[in-house]
Design a protein around this ligand. Structure first.
Ligand code: ZN
Length: 240
């Protein structure tokens, strides 16, 4: 493992346009549950599975139930950035990291200081009225009861990509362009099983593809460097 850590450090030192691609595992070290993992939300008691509750059709037909689950499980506003978030923000400030591409919706990268963050699945911090498009902060959602409603009477929807919904094309294109021109791609905290993670990785054209994950992924054979372990612990050791 020490050899891998040294290689990672050397590549970081030599890179000027790193892109970090992260999944739920980046946030679990901040105490945010991964609802796909065995310890995650799937094992918790709700009348519907999370994938169904977090779908667009469920939101449209049972918004009250959606928001009950959403406020209970998806809003983790006390969570704080961990070593991974902090190190990535430092790397960006030092001019080595181009951007962060994330599947997480918690806003922890920005809270750590990252500026260029492509949030593939949106963010709990942005919420819009479906009628007048007015913005509402996440606290408004958290403090609401039943269905959060705008002053105009319209229902509010989080700017989060639900199941059955398409990704934001502007965000997706921005992420793709950064990955295409990256001189190093670090992938962490994702099994790469969720769309569009695996297809995004194929856009990388360099020879410094690093995988940091606790468990094996379908992409292990394509990695130029693999580190098994918690992402925060590994990135936390890096010198900027
Ligand atoms: Zn409104």
């Amino acid at each position: 493992m020490q050899d891998e850590i040294k290689s990672l450090q050397r590549w970081i030192d030599d890179s000027r346009s790193i892109v970090f691609f992260g999944g739920a595992g980046v946030s679990t070290e901040s105490g945010i549950p991964d609802f796909r993992s065995v310890d995650g939300l799937y094992n918790q008691k709700y009348a519907w599975p999370p994938e169904e509750i977090l779908s667009r059709s469920f939101f449209d037909t049972r918004p009250e139930e959606f928001y009950r689950f959403y406020r209970d499980k998806m809003l983790c506003l006390d969570a704080r950035p961990n070593q991974a978030h902090k190190k990535l923000a430092e790397l960006e400030a030092a001019g080595r990291l181009r951007s962060v591409v994330t599947q997480n919706i918690d806003g922890l990268h920005q809270l750590a200081g990252s500026k260029r963050v492509w949030e593939l699945h949106g963010s709990v911090h942005r919420n819009y009225c479906v009628r007048c498009k007015k913005y509402h902060p996440v606290e408004f959602i958290q403090d609401s009861t039943d269905i959060p409603v705008c002053g105009c009477g319209g229902m509010i929807k989080p700017d989060v990509v639900l199941y059955e919904e398409a990704l934001n094309s502007r965000v997706l294109e921005g992420a793709l362009e950064d990955i295409q021109s990256a001189d190093m791609l670090i992938i962490g905290g994702t099994s790469l099983a969720v769309y569009p993670a695996a297809s995004l990785v194929r856009y990388y054209r360099g020879h410094r593809l690093v995988l940091i994950n606790k468990s094996p992924t379908p992409y292990d054979a394509h990695a130029d460097l693999m580190l098994a372990g918690p992402i925060g612990q590994i990135l936390g050791q890096m010198r900027v």
